[in-house]
Structures are given as C-alpha cells and as structure tokens.
Design a protein around this ligand. Structure first.
Ligand code: ADP
Ligand code: MG
Length: 693
C-alpha cells in the first residue's frame, strides 16, 4: 500500500484551495488531475520583478515594478482604441493601457486618487511611458509579494499565469517532507537540496539559475525519477529471475531438418542471437529476451528455430503478431519449412469463427498443433493449450505488458522472446528494459543491395509520376505511402484515396489501395494481389509499416515525408531492398522544410543503419518527445530529460544495482525511504515484488 505520507500528493487537485470543479479540468489538461502532477509542472523560466525604479528612470523594454498614484481613467469610446489609465509618481507620469478593458473591473482595480503597485514591461511611446496589460496590479501593502522572482509556467487556455503560479505554490505547501532516499555520500558530493527544498527552489525561484535544466534542484529531481525507474526495473527483473522456469534443451533433431530446408544459411548475427536464446532456454529460469533487428534482418527464422526447442521437448510454441497480415505472413514463411519435419502449424486470428475455430482450439488443447501463429486471438479466454512452453511476440511494442502476461498464463513457466524492428537507442533500452537480456541482429542477410534514397519537393510530383510510370512498365512494384486516409477539408494531407484515384487515372489498372479502416479480408486480398504481382502499385497509409514482406517491391514513395518521424521513415523504407533487385526510396516533402525536418531527411539519405537512425532520432528530438517513444512503448519521463541528464541515468543504474545488492528487500532505513520514492513515481508494481511489499 502507498505510504500515507504520500496521500496529500495523490489527492485530487480539487483538495487545493481555489480549485473547484470549474477550474479543475483546465489544470487537468495543463498538468494532470492530482496534486503531484502540479509539483512536476516545472517553470520554463523566471521573471525578475525586483527592479523598482521611479517613473522617470524606468527604461523601455524592461520588466519593472512601479508604485504610482492613479490619476484618471480614459475609457476608449471605440473598440479599436484601448482603455487608458493615467498615473504618476513624484518623478513623472505614465499610462496603463488595456485593449478591450472592462470599465467596471478597471475602476475597481485602479480607483482614482489611490496608490497602486503595478508590474509589467515598460514601453516608451510617443515620448510617454506606458505599460500595456500590466501583469500585476496590487495595493501598496502587497508590494513585497510582487517584487519577487516569479516562475513562468507553460500555460493552457483558461488559466492565467498568476492563477497557475498560486496554485502550484499551494501544492508545494501541501507537499510533505520526505525521508531522504538518496545515498548520503552521493547526496553530499552533489550538494543537492532535499526533495522539498528542490521543489521550493523551483517553484519559488530565488534566481534565474534556480530553474535552468542543470540547476541542482532540477538534477536532483531528475535523478530521483531515474533512480525510481532503474530500481523498479531491476526489482521486477530480480523477481522474474526467481520464478521457476523449465530447462529446454537445444533441438538436435528438428532444427537440422529445418535448417536444411532453408534456402539460405544463417548470418553470423542470427547464429549468435540463436545461441543466446538457446542458452536462456536451457536454464531452469524463465526467459525474457528481446530480439532487436531492423526490418528484414531475419528475426522470424531465428524465432522459428528457437520454437523448435520447445516442440522437440514435447511442448508447444506460439508466435503472436499485432496484425492479421503479419500473422498470415509468418504462417506462409513457417508452414512450408516445418511441414517437411512432420510438424503441424496452425493460424488463429480474430477472423476464425465457428466450426473452423472450434477445430483449431480442439487440436491445440489436445496437443496436435505444435506451433500456433496468430494475433490477440491466441490468448482469448476459451483458448487452451496442451502445454505451451515458449511464446514469441513480434513487434512487441504493439502489445501491452498485460497482453504478454496473458499469453504467458496459457502455459507453465513460459519462456518469452519479444521481438522488435524498432531499433532502440542504448540509453532508452536501459530506461525501458533495464538490464533485460537483449540480442541484436545488426547484420542484414547477404545479397541485399542498398536502397538509394532521394528527397524531392512535392512540386515535382508530375516528374515523379512519370518516372514511376516508366518503372512500372518495366515491371517494377511500388509502394506509395500517404499520411492520412481521407481528405479532410481542413487538412492538406495527401489522402491515400485521392492519390489512388489520381494514379489509376494516369496508369489505368494495377493500382491497389490499402488503409487502416479496411476490413481484414479486403486488406489481405489487396496485399496478396500486390505480393503476387497482380497489382504493381500499392497506395497505402502506414498500415504497411509493420513487417509486411514483398521482396519484389523495389520502389518506396513517401508523400509528405517531413511529417513522419525518423523511426517511422526507417520502418517504411525497410519494405524495399528485401530482394535482390536494386531499390530506391523517394521522400516527397512539402516545402518549406523546418530545420529539424531537413535534418531528418538528410539522415535518411545518409544511412540505412537502424541503430544509427535511432540514436539520431533521440538526438534530434531530445529526451521529452522522442517519436517512436509512444509507438514503441518506451517510458516518458516527467522530470528527467535524457538529452540533458544522460549522465545521471548511468549513475542511477549503478546506484540501483548497489542498493539491491546490499538491501534487496529494501528493509534498511534507506530502503524504507526508497519504497516511498517508488510509490512517488508510481512504481507500485515493483514494490509488490518485495516480500513485505
Ligand atoms: P524481419 O522479421 O526481421 O523483418 P524476416 O524474418 O521477415 O525479417 O526476414 C526477411 C526476409 O529475409 C525473409 O524473406 C527471410 O526468408 C529472409 N532471410 C532471413 N534470414 C536470411 C538469411 N540468413 N539469408 C538470406 N535471407 C534471409
Ligand atoms: Mg518480422
């Protein structure tokens, strides 16, 4: 259970003074619905309001806090002209300017004859001094509250800077003192503030330096978050390692038969990865290994050869893919290879219904099926296995952890191999998988030719269409990817349907269309026609992103390539260059290109190495917003920015390892504090792996 100490932080924001049901939704949109979310909403800068000149000395363009007497109101009389209020001190006068100012409100705020403290940017206008829409107007008694260094927060509609600052201050005041969970020596060496002091110095900054990204307060909080992340990952791993597995020996009978049936020999990377998997399976522990490899690097064969270990041991293996198309393709690859060895493979997807499905389920439960390939259908409630010992999850980021676990729960001590074609930079691998075992297919099968990649503006569309026309006449097969399915009136995204119509007009028959809203059978038919060569151009939305294999396709056209992230472009390009023919990729972009988009397209032209592209992606996007993060299921940090705090990640990892070596059950005084830390960052699941969790 979460320590009660943390309750005020996980309380809804409506427990804060001034936030009722009306304002709560705005804060929820801005930061989140709980007090802790507001604490993590850090300022992006500060405004120094301590400068308090007399009017005669107030320089233009600077934020100043002035104390003036209100002389007279000059309502505008016309919506185009501003409302003006004249005020003065002993050195001169100034005007406060309000566009669309409401007279009753302004007269209440600025009563004639009284003194007020005004803070805002001073402007010099027609030889006069003015402040347009002052940030603060307060009575003289509140002068000290304004003359401060004020944090500036990212805002959202419906909330003013002042409201947000005030509410967050209230949240900080509500925050309890925490026991110190950091290692005493490390903490002292960094001269970091305590947790509460860190929040205080960020939300009540005493200087501009206090809020910058490498301020001690920021680094402390970032380290807290990274430590919670690393510790939780290691605890879950340690827990997994304690679970009993079943030792499964390397197949000596089936594997040679399948290897002999392969029309190629394994690459060194495949052989190495397979040996790593074999070693895991042979242990009496439960395997959880990640197999990373670019599109086309040959993950399926590795998975199949590993599955044979389980089958030869008398058990069953399952291969789960995120889409029907992919599952079908795996079936087509695997079935011919294993049938010679006398194995039975079956396909089970959401489309199988009625008697056919019943028959598969019966055979699966009776153990007549050795390898089952499918989609989410593989772990539905009424699916039972005779003895599932090994599960492979393809494109694992498309599945949630609980789906992985549901499949595993269909067997006993199931060994898991999860595969991904999204190359993950090392730092991200560490933050999302911790020290999870990973194998890399960093070598393409031989005979593949490089894909020549060019970037062209969309204005050269006619030329591109002509060129594609010539290639198609010569027998080429072409993917043409568009960003959206239907043209919405408000968007200028190239619609796949529109492009399909256009290309059909130019080329006549042989142009197919596949998009995410199509039903399974229709989708499969189009893909099959393209694979069989009945279609020469396949216009597609990104549904083809994952896995699809048509080695004869040699041209990839991507419209509005600037709208795709690097990881996605890389995935798309990976559809071509899979056969022996020379391939090309055309990146069509809408001009003008942003600097970042330019850099992305340039990287695409420069390299085909997915791991290099992933590192560049991380660099270009910075930590917070790595595209592919959301898609690939990697965690997003609230306080740490891997581009800035990368050094802290390594330190957090070492610290976490040391903690678990010394105090694996987190029972020491520091251990107890670390439990609080884990709950604070909502790693409850990790705490539950402890005996007294
Ligand atoms: P991935 O799933 O990693 O994208 P696949 O497993 O679909 O890649 O393999 C892509 C293609 O490469 C398939 O047609 C497969 O038969 C072929 N292939 C796999 N390994 C080799 C190899 N060692 N030599 C030649 N071709 C291979
Ligand atoms: Mg694959």
């Amino acid at each position: 259970m979460r320590p009660s100490l943390l309750n005020p932080l996980f309380a809804p924001i409506t427990t804060l003074a001034g936030i009722g049901p009306k304002l709560a939704p705005f804060y929820e949109r801005l930061a989140g619905g709980r007090v802790v979310d507001l604490l993590w909403h850090l300022p992006s800068g500060v405004i120094d309001r301590r400068f308090a000149p007399k009017l005669a000395e107030a320089p233009a363009g600077k934020v100043a806090t002035i104390t003036v007497q209100i002389e007279a109101h000059f309502p505008s009389g016309s919506p185009k002209r501003p409302y003006r209020v004249r005020c003065s001190d002993e050195t001169g006068f100034a005007h406060l300017v309000f566009f669309h100012g409401r007279e009753d409100w302004l007269r209440r705020q600025l009563p004639e004859g009284e003194w007020r403290v005004i803070s805002g940017v001073v402007e010099h206008f027609n030889d006069g001094i003015q402040i347009t829409h002052p940030d603060h107007i307060v009575p003289v008694a509140e002068r000290e509250q304004v003359m401060n260094i004020e944090p500036v927060y990212p805002l959202t509609g419906g909330l003013t800077a002042r409201m947000v600052a005030k509410t967050i201050r209230a949240a900080v005041d509500q925050a309890p003192q925490m026991p110190e969970w950091q290692d005493a020596a490390w903490f002292a060496r960094n001269a970091w503030p305590s947790w509460h002091q860190a929040l205080d110095s960020l939300h009540r900054p005493q200087s501009e330096q206090a809020v910058i990204e490498d301020s001690p307060a920021r680094r402390r909080l970032a380290f807290d978050e990274l430590l919670a992340n690393q510790l939780a990952l290691m605890m879950v791993r340690a827990h997994m390692r304690k679970l009993k597995g079943r030792p499964i020996a390397v197949s000596t009978h089936l594997r040679p038969q399948v290897l002999a049936a392969l029309p190629f020999t394994l690459t060194a990377a495949q052989t190495r990865s397979l040996a790593e998997i074999d070693a895991d399976m042979a242990e009496p522990l439960r395997m959880l290994r990640l197999l990373q490899g670019d599109v086309g690097s040959g993950k399926t064969v590795v998975a199949l050869l590993a599955m044979l270990n389980a089958v030869e041991a008398g058990a069953q293996a399952a291969l789960m893919a995120p889409t029907e198309i992919l599952a079908r393709q795996h079936m087509e690859t695997i079935a011919p290879l294993v049938e010679g060895a006398g194995l039975r493979v079956a396909l089970l997807t959401g489309r199988d219904k009625g008697k056919a499905r019943d028959a598969i389920l019966a055979d699966l439960a009776a153990g007549h099926i050795h390898i089952i390939i499918g989609t989410h259908a593989l772990f539905q409630e009424d699916v039972a296995y005779a003895d599932l010992a090994f599960a492979v999850i393809d494109e694992q980021h498309r599945f949630g952890v609980h789906q992985r676990l549901e499949l595993a729960s269909k067997g006993q001590a199931v060994d898991m191999l999860v595969m991904t074609a999204t190359p993950i930079p090392r730092t991200l691998l560490l933050t999302s998988y911790g020290d999870m075992d990973a194998s890399r297919l960093d070598e393409k099968p031989p005979g593949r030719q490089p894909v020549s990649t060019r970037a062209l503006p969309l204005s050269r569309m006619d030329e591109v269409v002509d060129g594609i026309g010539r290639a198609v006449k010569a027998g080429a097969r072409v993917y043409w990817v568009c960003p959206l399915v239907e043209d919405s009136e408000t968007s200028d995204l190239a619609a796949a349907e529109e492009r399909h119509r256009h290309l059909s007009q130019v080329f006549g028959d042989g142009i197919g269309l596949v998009h995410g809203k199509m039903k399974g059978p229709a989708k499969d038919k189009v893909m099959a026609d393209f694979a069989a060569g009945q279609l020469s151009v396949l216009v597609a939305t990104t549904v083809i992103e994952v896995g699809v294999n048509v080695p004869e396709a040699t041209i990839m056209v991507i419209e509005h390539a600037e709208r795709f992230g690097l990881a996605q472009l890389h995935q798309l390009r990976g559809r071509v260059g899979r056969g022996s023919g020379a391939s090309s990729c055309l990146l069509l972009y809408g001009a003008p290109l942003s600097e970042n988009a330019k850099a992305r397209l340039e990287i695409m032209r420069a390299t085909e190495d997915g791991f290099v592209i992933a590192e560049e992606d991380l660099r270009l996007r910075g930590g917070g917003e790595i595209l592919g993060t959301r898609q690939s299921g990697l965690p997003e940090f609230k306080l740490a920015d891997l581009a800035l705090h990368g050094d802290l990640l390594a330190a957090a990892r070492d610290d976490a390892a040391l903690i678990l070596a010394r105090d694996p059950e987190l029972t020491s005084e520091r251990g107890q504090a670390l439990r609080v830390l884990l709950y604070l960052f909502e790693r409850d699941a990790a705490v539950h792996t402890l005996r007294s969790g």
